[in-house]
Design a protein around this ligand. Structure first.
Ligand code: PMV
Length: 350
């Protein structure tokens, strides 16, 4: 076993310090930083970390961004004695889990250089963080993905770092793994990378558009999930006997998915995405205690989709860390599907 001396131990701060160099902990140059990032749905999923601190994944993954569905974040300097967070027009309790997760990330970029302890009054001006989303938060609709991607872009804007999009992807990953894919529109591959510091673990856009592709959000529950994806992943990696088969499944699916995208083979894309999601949920069900994100309605709708396919309608689904399904289909079947699923919210990614 390779022993890593303590002074080389990498944490988020060491990674950020290296990336920002002399720009690290400099005061903001603008009064406002504003950015939008789309949310993304993985067609080949990320499930399991090889490094918990830096959100380094066990495998690569591949997603599609949801166009104008996502988060807009505006950071503005305020003259109050403390920060404030507004979420869709409502003030957020600064003691809530949501606020704590946000500040844990944000404060990595504005800790006082003298004390290494963030003090909102003496070290930095307070911020008003105004977030507007058009997707339900924490309902398995990748709200953390677009949230952290929009936040790092807004910080880049506020502090004038002028980082490359690849570097923004690396920094967004420190907030939430899937956020590393939310810096681009369209299809994005997140390369797992091999390095200990995660410098090669970032998103990359796949240069293919597919105008007829549609994603339908079939929302059954907008409540917060009862277990975070972080804990659920960790438990799966540690206790599920099926997990050892997962990296191989992902590697095959990634290869096939890229082929399906390049040749615009919809059936191959749908089949690969659905099978990948079902395999991911199977690994979770085999964890102990079991991890189950589905509701009875989730399974009912899966059966409905399998029935529709048996009747000749090309529609597939994928499912993330929540009970909702995302349907995959082509434009020519949109009308039929919105009649069958009246609540379906259709997104046109390209
Ligand atoms: O980035 P996280 O910690 O929110 O995890 C995302 C996990 C899945 O949505 C289930 C899969 C994925 O690749 O987005």
């Amino acid at each position: 076993m390779k022993l890593i001396p303590a002074e080389y131990a990498l944490n988020k701060t060491t990674v950020i310090k290296k990336k920002l160099a002399d720009r690290y902990l400099q005061p903001p140059t603008n009064k406002i930083g504003k950015a939008f990032a789309p949310t993304n749905i993985a067609l080949v999923k990320y499930w399991g970390k090889r490094n918990q601190e830096l959100n380094l994944p066990m495998t690569s993954s591949l997603s599609i961004s949801l166009g104008n569905k996502g988060a807009e974040t505006i950071l503005s300097l305020n003259d109050k004695s403390q920060d404030e967070i507004m979420l869709n027009g409502n003030s957020v309790d600064l003691e809530s889990a949501f606020a704590k997760r946000l500040f844990n990330f944000l404060n990595l970029f504005r800790t006082s250089s003298h004390t290494e302890v963030w003090d909102p009054v003496s070290s930095n001006p307070s911020l008003t963080i105004n977030i507007k989303t058009n997707i339900p938060i924490a309902a398995g609709l990748a709200s953390s993905a677009c949230g952290f991607a929009a936040l790092i872009k807004a910080l880049d804007n506020l502090y004038n770092w002028n980082l490359s999009i690849k570097d923004l992807s690396i920094l967004a990953r420190l907030g939430s793994g899937s956020a590393s894919r939310s810096l681009w529109n369209g299809f994005v591959e997140w390369h797992q990378g091999e390095r200990e510091d995660g410098e090669d673990s970032h998103g990359e856009r796949i240069d293919t558009t597919w105008a007829a592709l549609r994603i339908g959000l079939l929302i059954m529950d907008v409540k917060e999930k009862n277990i975070s994806s972080r804990l659920a992943m960790q438990r799966t990696v540690e206790t599920s006997q099926l997990y050892s088969a997962w990296p191989k499944k992902v590697s095959t699916d990634l290869h096939v998915m890229k082929q399906a995208i390049a040749t615009k083979d919809f059936e191959l894309l749908g089949k690969t995405a659905e099978s990948n999601a079902l395999n991911m949920h199977a690994t979770m069900l085999a964890a102990w205690p079991p991890v189950n994100f589905s509701l009875p309605e989730t399974l009912n709708n899966m059966q409905k989709i399998w029935q529709l396919r048996a009747e000749g309608l090309p529609v597939y689904f994928t499912q993330d860390a929540g009970p909702n399904l995302k349907l995959l289909f082509l434009k020519n079947n949109q009308e039929t599907l919105t009649k069958i699923f009246p609540s379906l919210e259709v997104v046109q990614p390209f």
